[in-house]
Design a protein around this ligand. Structure first.
Ligand code: NAD
Length: 253
């Protein structure tokens, strides 16, 4: 699909990768609905994208809120006269060990800490994709592309039971949806970034940051535009579906 025919939704677009994706799409002439819970970041995106050839419409949306998602998708289905791209990018980290012996007691990961991450990173894409597909089928507007932003830690990472499980689940959805939707001209791809320089890393400093860097053969953090190259490929290559591309500097997780 060519970038300038896109009428798409990017979740988690107020900062980091999502902000970058929305900007690049608009730079290529696409029409983008930019969804996030961070209204200040959305205002910055509105200002930054104002002079680009495409149009970015920032909109507050919590990807765990089923009713709001339905309204949001209906609104942009109408405004765009059919949505043809969804990027499930919104994601959160709530790291911690499953159980950890401390002095005199055993610390456990609370169920809420597990659930928050599963809700945003896995259930969010499930609801978003279900609603977008419903709109596509109703309006008969395929071809379309769905992209899920997973992570290299999907194969497991200490301290990330919740996050790794959510991203492994998202990968399974990429494969499942690709198989279900191929007959309808709808492709589904995934990207598994390694460690990319975005605000999600703002609390990772000192020794933890050095340790992260030492696990990357290319010995540096990735840049958002390097992940954009993979996204651009997935959108543009009509023979790509059902796979997840790793953009990780060769990391060995
Ligand atoms: P980020 O924290 O900079 O941005 C994430 C955005 O998602 C934020 O703007 C946040 O407000 C939004 N968000 C959170 N909860 C939301 C909700 N309920 N509804 C709507 N929006 C919500 O993170 P990033 O680094 O840009 O990450 C983007 C995606 O890439 C995430 O899915 C993340 O897991 C994944 N990823 C990032 C890295 C990395 O190193 N940066 C590595 C692997 C995977």
């Amino acid at each position: 699909m060519e970038l300038n025919v896109i009428r798409g939704i990017v979740t988690g677009a107020a900062r980091g990768l999502g902000f970058h994706f929305a900007m690049e799409l608009a730079r290529a002439g696409a029409n983008v609905a930019a969804a996030d819970v961070n209204e200040e970041g959305l205002s910055q995106l509105r200002a930054a994208s104002a002079a680009l050839p495409g149009k970015v419409t920032p909109c507050r949306l919590d990807v765990t809120d089923e009713n709001s998602i339905s309204e949001f998708v209906h609104r942009f289905g109408e405004e765009f006269n059919g949505i043809n791209l969804l990027i499930n990018n919104a994601g959160v980290l709530r790291d911690g060990l499953l159980v950890c012996p401390e002095e005199g007691w055993i610390k456990k990961m609370p169920l809420t800490q597990w659930q928050q991450v599963i809700d945003v990173n896995l259930t969010g894409p499930f609801i978003m994709t279900r609603e977008v597909l419903t709109d596509i089928f109703k309006r008969d507007t395929s071809p379309a592309v769905i992209v899920n932003i997973s992570s290299v830690t999907r194969s497991g990472n200490p301290g990330q039971s919740n996050y790794s499980a959510s991203k492994a689940g998202l990968d399974a959805l990429t494969r499942t949806w690709a198989l279900e939707l191929a007959p309808f001209g709808i492709r589904v791809g995934g990207i598994a970034p390694g460690v990319i320089d975005t605000p999600i890393l703002e609390n990772v400093s000192g020794e933890a940051r050095a340790q992260l860097l030492s696990s990357i053969p290319l010995a540096r953090l990735g840049k958002p535009w390097e992940v954009w190259l993979a996204l651009k490929f997935i959108i543009e290559c009509d023979y790509f579906t059902g796979r997840t591309i790793e953009v990780d500097g060769g990391s060995h997780f």
